[in-house]
Design a protein around this ligand. Structure first.
Ligand code: ADP
Ligand code: MG
Length: 626
């Protein structure tokens, strides 16, 4: 006698229900998706007892005929696809045809539905997967599904439902996500007779502010991207808002609520040094792409997705977010009215490269988004350039005037000096004063450490060491990534003896060192001959630079959790950059500022220390009691 039998549908559905229906919120999600697929523009969600005793979703969508109303509860019965190839052209949220069957298997369901062109509605009642009643009835256009006593016939499941507060939170978040992505649909949520929210035709920013508070969108950065693969629109939290929970991350693919570790990783990585380990950025990303590039059928709950070209997707999202963040000026503005301590440098901000610290910058700097000052990096750079040029012009005019009054033949017009050269400038430790032809100072160096310059809103202060560190760090990375030869031969090759641990590190990063621009010959033992170094190395420091980098690398390796190429770049940048105490010429300072603004992140050095600080005219006035 055969031992293997096919399970009856009722049993099969009950088992399958475990996959689709984990908790009341899963029912809400499935019913909402059906209502949206039905073309509704108004959806009401009514729950009692956090969905444990009742979940009802009422829509004004297309409705169903009496036959379809019964058929809808069959397992794998769907009107949305009929062929495998349809999966590649999917434009509906549902397609598996098992939600209603699964829900009905573990609850008591009552469905009322009426297509617009039909006079009568249909009532269908099912309990534990068994059809109880179908009858014609009176009802409004659309569909209403009531799900009572979820898991009434699966006591084990019912017992494991969480507290009402928890289950309600899940439901709330489920409706919230749909309300945010389908702004063309009105959504209401009513819990135990209380209206939790009701949207009609509110816009996305309005809905965001409803959920996250007034002025919330002021802390957001709007992003959009359109290319041959995808269209993307959304918002990113500015770094000040990063101390938020993971729940405040919304991802939608073709208007479907999804989760993707790939994309969420790409976004977090793009924030990079702006986040400390446990910080999470707020994001709301809506991505549209050809459904054939994304598989939503990874899991019965359709929450997870898989892209056909994950690598490309990752890089694209990373680039878009990175670009958006780079365009944002979040150099801290010093505010005198705040507690004075809020901007005095904490210990890890002082110059101690031995103690790098990766704490999120926003936290340390108590960054406040300025309402009046929506600025970008480019705007800040342009502002600086403009004010520089204005003063240069003023001076040239002044010179011309003097010449005229002296009634000498006017010399050929002097070109504007100080246009940043495209290539690198090597900073000499002693400034060459000869290039400072114009007599007026445009940028100032104080204590051979900080660079001061005027910007429209006030004063910008730059830390010369970390600024140069940022520039060299990015240059080192791009040199190593490109593989373009970058070595400068030493006139007198240096023979040095390495300590055992130095030799060990040299082994480890031998290839990367070559890519960076070092060239050396190894002799027996630990003796090496350095023949070439990267051109950015400061003159005068050639002799010990390799040993210093090896040592720095060793330190960073344990403190910065970066991959070795980044660690080497950081070590190199730290050791090769100009130091506090190096005197800079006008021209060197201006080139430094220009090059800084050309980096991908001009505000923070590779270890997370701030590079630029601003002091507004307003604050200055305030200090002088004006
Ligand atoms: P799927 O959504 O994957 O097709 P479901 O079990 O959720 O599977 O629903 C089965 C079918 O019932 C749907 O394909 C649709 O034709 C119909 N249906 C379900 N809910 C509604 C609704 N609210 N309005 C109109 N039709 C619906
Ligand atoms: Mg469905």
């Amino acid at each position: 006698m055969a031992l293997i039998k096919k399970l009856p549908d009722v049993v099969a559905n009950k088992i399958a229900a475990g996959e689709v229906v984990q908790r009341p919120a899963s029912v809400v999600k499935e019913l909402l998706e059906n209502a949206i697929d039905a073309g509704a523009d108004e959806i009401i969600v009514i729950i009692k007892d956090a969905g444990k005793s009742l979940i009802q979703v009422v829509d004004n969508g297309c409705g169903m005929t009496p036959d379809d109303a019964v058929m809808a509860f069959e397992r794998f019965a769907t009107s949305k696809i009929s062929d495998v190839s349809d999966l590649e052209r999917l434009h509906t949220l549902g397609f598996r045809g098992e939600a209603l069957a699964s829900i009905a298997a573990v609850s008591q369901v009552e469905l009322k539905t009426k297509p617009r062109d039909s006079a009568l509605a249909t009532l269908v009642r099912i309990e534990g997967g068994i059809l109880q009643e179908t009858a014609p009835t009176q009802a409004a256009d659309g569909t209403s599904v009531s799900v009572r006593n979820l898991f009434f016939n699966v006591p084990a499941r019912r017992k494991f439902l969480k507290s009402n507060a928890t289950e309600f939170k899940h439901i709330y978040e489920t409706v919230q996500a749909q309300a945010l992505i389908h702004t063309d649909i009105g959504f209401s949520l009513i819990s135990d007779g209380e209206e939790i929210f009701r949207f009609k035709d509110e816009s996305l920013p309005e809905r965001l502010e409803f959920f996250f508070g007034k002025d919330f969108t002021k802390g957001l950065l709007e992003i959009s991207e359109h290319n041959t693969i995808l269209t993307l629109h959304g918002y990113l939290g500015k770094p000040a808002m990063t101390k938020r929970a993971k729940q405040e991350q919304f991802l939608f693919i073709n208007q479907r609520v999804v989760q993707s570790r790939l994309i969420s990783h790409a976004i977090t990585q793009a924030y990079g040094e702006l986040l400390s380990e446990r910080e999470q950025p707020f994001y709301f990303l809506s991505i549209s792409l050809d459904p054939k590039h994304v598989d939503v059928n990874v899991h019965p709950s359709k929450l997870e997705v898989k892209f056909d070209d994950e690598r490309n997707m990752y890089q694209m999202i990373h680039a878009v977010v990175r670009r958006a963040i780079h365009h944002l000026d979040f150099s801290p503005a010093v505010s005198i009215t705040e507690k004075p301590n809020s901007f005095s440098a904490p210990t890890h901000m002082t110059h101690s490269p031995e103690a790098p610290n990766f704490v999120g910058i926003a936290k340390r700097l108590s960054y406040q988004p300025h309402e009046t000052e929506i600025r970008t990096t480019q705007a800040l750079h342009a502002d600086y350039k403009e004010s520089l040029k204005a003063r240069q012009l003023a001076e040239l005019e002044h010179l011309a005037q003097i010449r005229n009054t002296l009634a000498r033949p006017s010399p050929s017009a002097e070109p504007l000096p100080n246009q940043a050269p495209a290539q690198q400038v090597i900073f000499s430790s002693g400034a060459t004063q000869s290039e400072d032809k114009t007599s007026e100072t445009l940028v100032w160096q104080i204590h051979n450490k900080y660079i001061l310059t005027q910007i429209k809103s006030g004063l910008m202060i730059i830390d010369q060491h970390v600024a140069h560190e940022r520039i060299l760090y990015e240059r080192a990375l791009s040199v190593m990534n490109s593989g373009v030869p970058n070595s400068q031969q030493l006139l007198f090759p240096q023979r040095i003896e390495l300590k055992p641990w130095e030799a060990e590190i040299l082994q480890e990063i031998h290839d990367e060192l070559l890519r960076l621009g070092f060239s050396f010959r190894l002799f027996g033992g630990r003796s090496i001959l350095i023949e070439g170094i990267p051109p950015d190395v400061r003159p005068g420091s050639e002799e010990h630079i390799l040993q210093e980098i090896l040592e720095q690398y060793q330190t960073y390796k344990t403190t910065l959790s970066l991959e070795s190429r980044h660690t080497l770049a950081a070590a190199y940048a730290c050791r090769s950059s100009i130091k506090a105490g190096d005197k800079l010429s006008q021209r060197e300072m201006q080139v430094l500022i220009d090059q800084l603004f050309a980096t991908s992140m001009p505000y923070i050095c590779p270890h997370g220390r701030p590079i630029i600080i601003k002091l507004s005219l307003e604050e200055l006035d305030k200090m002088f009691g004006r």
